[in-house]
Unconditional design. Structure first.
Length: 413
């Protein structure tokens, strides 16, 4: 606990410096960090291979999340550079007005303070989290999974090197080397030093943090995402989107896990979509009506409808209306990302308005739910809660506000 308290104290000291940094300084540092990652790319891959060598008992989808290669490191570097191009929210005054007492009141953006992030497997979170917290003036304490400990520690070392080279406080980013559950629990209770805690990973991890943390939590969600193929959908578009949403990278939270399809097109469309998915070895499961059309698929169970597979598995539900689709999706979804494929404007609007999720698409893949794709440069996670932030969390979502008030000697009567 003493080590955590020291980390918290150091983070608070760093945050005081960060909150006062000029935008140009932050942008220059982020660009230098992008170059540092590129220069250290071979070393990062080598360290990552050491982690992978210990991951022989993990499922393939988990190993995919853990793996870094030249391409993914380049994406991380580009994410840093894109964050550098984004407007700096710190110090912005969202609005200003004069009261009946002639006070001039403004609402100004300020950092949250010290952010703790608990995450699993994906080393890119280390860099994304730092980029956004740094640009928004926050210090960050990271607790990654044991499976990527060496990779995460090396990435933090790269980031800290650039901070030191710019005479900035290296404790703007820190990582726990003790990944035990006991230490994670103590981190969740560090209310004196952490202003907010953000979990990112499996549903089990997220719920553990939500249930046990004493530090305020911004909940990021698992992704039981659906594609609804409406009776007015175009077959080719539906097939392309379903295949992309399921297979482009099945291990991530914005991959589609369920296909909901209107009964009037199911007989024609399902064999075509199933054949396209079979090319990627996707295992299909379905309700009775789907099995009547695709007799060789497995029967879906109640557990399937609420499950996030993160793998080449997809369950199929046949419905008789857009209202039935909406009801089914809202019952089983994790409020992450949902999509409708349709040429019917009324149905698309009904879906947009009635689906309870952070991101709702018309005629596009759920795989676009991503801070980078939304133009945020990177993301701290996909918030599925409704307080403070929802959807991909970029710079603005990592700020709070304070009121600044100008007077001319007024006193209250």
């Amino acid at each position: 606990m003493d080590d955590l308290i020291e980390m918290g104290q150091l983070a608070q000291q760093a945050e005081q410096q960060l909150s006062q940094l000029k935008t140009n300084t932050k942008n220059d540092v982020l660009r230098q960090m992008a170059e540092q990652l590129r220069q250290q790319s071979a070393e990062i891959v080598a360290v990552n291979k050491s982690d992978l060598a210990q991951a022989t008992q993990l499922p393939d989808n988990f190993v995919d999340r853990l793996t870094l290669d030249e391409s993914r490191i380049e994406q991380m570097a580009q994410g840093l550079e894109q964050v550098a191009t984004l407007p700096d929210p710190i110090g912005n005054v969202d609005k200003m007005w004069r009261t009946e007492d002639e006070l001039l009141v403004g609402k100004q953006r300020v950092p949250l303070g010290v952010i703790g992030i608990i995450y699993e497997a994906r080393p890119n979170v280390t860099v994304d989290a730092f980029a956004l917290t740094f640009k928004s003036g926050n210090a960050v304490v990271l607790r990654g999974g044991n499976e990527a400990l060496q990779t995460n520690a090396y990435l933090v070392k790269c980031l800290q090197t650039v901070l030191i080279n710019n005479q900035l406080n290296e404790h703007a980013v820190q990582i726990l080397h003790d990944t035990s559950h006991e230490t994670a629990q103590k981190l969740m209770e560090l209310t004196e030093y952490l202003d907010v805690l953000i979990p990112r990973g499996s549903a089990r991890l997220i719920q553990t943090v939500v249930q046990h943390a004493k530090v305020p939590v911004i909940e990021t969600g698992a992704g039981n995402c659906h594609i609804y193929v409406d009776e007015f959908a175009q077959l080719k578009m539906a097939t392309d989107i379903v295949v992309n949403a399921k297979t482009q990278r099945p291990s991530v939270c914005n991959a589609a896990e369920k296909l909901v399809i209107h009964s009037s097109v199911a007989t024609q469309y399902l064999p075509v979509i199933a054949k396209a998915l079979a090319a990627f070895n996707v295992e299909l499961r379905g309700d009775e009506r789907a099995k009547a059309i695709l007799p060789t698929i497995e029967a879906a169970t109640e557990d399937d409808w609420g499950r996030e597979y993160n793998y080449y598995i997809m369950a199929i539900k046949v419905v008789d209306s857009v209202d039935e689709a909406i009801k089914h999706i809202n019952h089983y979804n994790t409020k992450h990302s949902e999509a409708i494929i349709t040429d019917n404007y009324e149905n698309s609007q009904r879906f947009l308005q009635q689906i309870d999720a952070a991101c709702v698409y018309v005629n596009a893949s759920t795989r676009f739910t991503d801070g980078y794709k939304f133009g945020f440069g990177a993301e701290i996670g996909i918030s599925t809660q409704k307080l403070h932030a929802r959807g991909p969390m970029g710079l603005n979502e990592l700020t709070s506000s304070k009121y600044i008030i100008y007077g001319e000697g007024q006193t209250r009567v």
